[in-house]
Design a protein around this ligand. Sequence first.
Ligand SMILES: N[C@@H](CCC(=O)N[C@@H](CS)C(=O)NCC(=O)O)C(=O)O
Length: 233
Amino acid sequence: MTDYTLYYWPIAFRGQFVRSVLAHVGATWDETDFNAIRALKSKSPAEQPVPHMGPPVLTDHAAALSFSQMPAILHYLGKKHGLMEDDPASEAMTVKIVADANDVLYEITLYNGAQMWTGESWRDFVPRLERWMAMFEETGRRHGMTAEAGYLLGTDKPGIADLATCSLWGTMTEKLPSLRPLLEKAAPAIAGLCDRIAALPEQAELRARSDAEYGELYCAGQIEASLRKVLSA
Ligand SMILES: N[C@@H](CCC(=O)N[C@@H](CS)C(=O)NCC(=O)O)C(=O)O
């Protein structure tokens, strides 16, 4: 049996945050297909392993526990596998970084596709996206991180904050490469961090496997189509 089961759509996006941590700690996990996830999310809360609205959901088999909400899943894995500093301030900063990343995912998908991007709404959003990038950059700068060395919260090895940062900006700019110059301009040290994390053997292996399984898909659906349309205009 594997250590974990991850329920997430066959795309990178929010699920990649969980996959990246599982790969980093050397855990084994399996995933289910689209129909199984749709069936799971449609069950009544009483029948679900953890009451939830949408994936990701992670089941820890040894502990017989399931969690939903990506930030809660990362918090659990971070505590369990020693990827978060124990002091309250560092822990709160890690939670803040993951929450910021989740906010960016909502914003870039216009709240899970509640509306579609237009040329005008995208142009209005770009300064805000740059500001999000600059916020991550400033966090790293305050902890002595550069493009070539160091980690976001000043730790001596990558933790949840670094993995989440790279799942956010690394995945986004891999799947939507026209955004990479914006990241390099607004957050050069974050771009460097993403490259350093992506080069770790387990992350390189995960990316190769994900690319083979999900192709170029980022967030999928009509919202991805509208995003690609404004980016190519
Ligand atoms: N706040 C949740 C958001 C979960 C979420 O929006 N999941 C998306 C996929 S990324 C979904 O499929 N939602 C289906 C739904 O909400 O019905 C988290 O961070 O995990």
